[in-house]
Design a protein around this ligand. Structure first.
Ligand SMILES: C[S@@+](CC[C@H](N)C(=O)[O-])C[C@H]1O[C@@H](n2cnc3c(N)ncnc32)[C@H](O)[C@@H]1O
Length: 228
């Protein structure tokens, strides 16, 4: 079981989650191990034969998240959602917006790719990211695009959401949940400025990630949701 499935299952167990949505599924390395009764997978290019797993409670939508949400009903809402599709700021903000209306007060949203491996990983275009890395003979790392900007956006403009970024215990991810009266002073307070942030400005403002261990992030998320 990978880190993501472990985190999803830990949250699901403590919160009694019954409906799961995963945006960006690829080979299903996480999806297959999610222990939640109803599972929905969305990806324009699944990397496996989905008919092996598809049934009444395990649904596959071979389309972009935008196309999926254009038709997806608002009810019943999802309890747990993993956003791991296109790794750009704009797409993740749009996915988050669509997910917020299809979740409820006690849902958890996990954002993947919120912490880039290095500066090459932040290039917006994935193919260009790998090309520049190769040209510079830079070490092989992943591509997270500019998803990190989403945390600045949430930090400054969504006081209605709380979050913590798991920065140890495996690949970084951010847990997001509805908050009750969180006060944060905006760092940039400017959407245009946030959309132009670069890797080094992220490094200068790492506190905005609200870093935590996996255990700390899950414990706080569950405690705050249970107190709502
Ligand atoms: C990093 S992989 C997902 C990994 C998977 N969540 C896991 O944990 O194993 C990203 C996936 O996002 C998909 N993707 C790309 N653009 C997308 C979009 N607009 N909507 C939904 N999925 C998208 C890609 O096809 C790819 O399979």
């Amino acid at each position: 079981m990978n880190n993501t499935a472990r985190r999803v299952n830990a949250l699901a167990k403590q919160l009694g989650s019954r409906r799961y949505l995963e945006i960006g599924v690829l080979h299903g390395n996480t999806f297959r191990d999610v222990e939640i009764p109803e599972r929905t997978a969305v990806d324009p290019g699944f990397g496996f034969d989905t008919s092996e797993l598809a049934n009444e409670v395990t649904r596959f939508f071979k389309q972009t998240s935008d196309d999926f949400f254009a038709e997806a009903p608002i009810f019943p809402p999802y309890d747990l959602v993993l956003i791991d599709g296109m790794h750009t700021f704009e797409q993740v903000v749009r996915d988050l917006s669509n997910v917020l209306v299809r979740t409820h007060q006690r849902s958890v949203i996990i954002l993947d790719d919120t912490v880039p491996d290095d500066v090459y990983s932040t290039v917006k275009d994935g193919l260009a990211s790998y090309r520049h890395r190769k040209t510079d003979s830079a070490p092989a790392r992943g591509w997270q695009g500019d998803v990190y900007k989403t945390l600045f956006y949430i930090h400054d403009f969504f006081p209605s959401l709380n979050y913590r970024t798991i920065v140890r215990d495996g690949n970084p991810q951010t847990l997001v949940w509805r908050a009750n009266g969180v006060h944060r002073s905006p760092v940039f307070d400017n959407l245009e400025r946030i959309s132009r942030l670069d890797y080094f400005e992220l490094q200068d403002n790492l506190a905005v990630l609200q870093p935590a261990t996996e255990a700390e992030a899950i414990a706080l998320c569950v405690a705050e949701i249970q107190a709502l």
